[in-house]
Ligand binder design. Structure first.
Ligand code: PRP
Length: 184
């Protein structure tokens, strides 16, 4: 595939991701054992991650729902002004809810999500994110289940995109700065 030439290095291989997803699934299975859990998957980036994660979670009664949110302003950085494009199908009041994200960068999207979801009065609310870029935080947000911390590099693959491409790569790769203009 031609676009693989735009990847400077593999940040996390398929095997490394699978091992970490196993660990996260084991923790979630333990923490919510024999309970109902409402997964709130934030599209599109988290789609690959959640597909692998849910097949490894054992003895938890899972419901999977999706939200689409969009940050105003576009570009490769979010602005913090978030709009709900698609909302959940069910009310989460009284339920254990777990937000599933691919990446927390500035934290602005997650901060907004946690605020509006808390207002719906779930029994509990937690976050599971495959990746986190702590050096880019503009606001601190809790991530109860975290896959990997990464430096401020532009990563693609395993659901993460650049300009809607690269999502199907089975690994997480670092995009060459010349591809996106150098501003991660
Ligand atoms: C990504 C990611 C988070 C958000 C994180 O979504 O999935 O929702 O950005 O950024 P923040 O911490 O700076 O707010 P993106 O807008 O790329 O959409 P996508 O999931 O459809 O690729």
């Amino acid at each position: 595939m031609k676009f693989r030439e735009n990847i400077s290095r593999i940040a996390f291989s398929e095997e490394q991701i699978a091992a970490r997803v196993d660990e996260l699934a084991a923790r979630i299975s333990k923490d919510y054992a024999h309970q109902q859990l409402y997964l709130i998957v934030i599209l599109k980036g988290a789609m690959v991650f959640v597909a692998d994660l849910i097949r490894r979670i054992k003895d938890v009664d899972l419901n999977v729902d999706f939200m689409v949110v969009s940050s105003y302003g576009g570009g490769t950085r979010s602005t913090g002004k978030v709009r709900i494009v698609k909302d959940l199908q069910k009310n989460i009041e009284g339920r254990h809810a777990l937000i599933i994200e691919d990446i927390v960068d500035t934290g602005l999207t997650m901060n907004y999500l946690r605020k509006i979801l808390y207002d719906r009065e779930p029994r509990s609310l937690a976050t599971c994110s495959l990746l986190s870029k702590p050096s880019c935080r503009k606001i601190e947000v809790p991530i109860e289940y975290l896959g990997f911390e990464i430096p401020d590099e532009f990563v693609v693959g395993y659901g993460l995109d650049y300009d809607q491409g690269y999502r199907q790569l089975p690994f997480i790769g670092v995009l060459k700065p010349e591809v996106y203009g150098g501003q991660a």
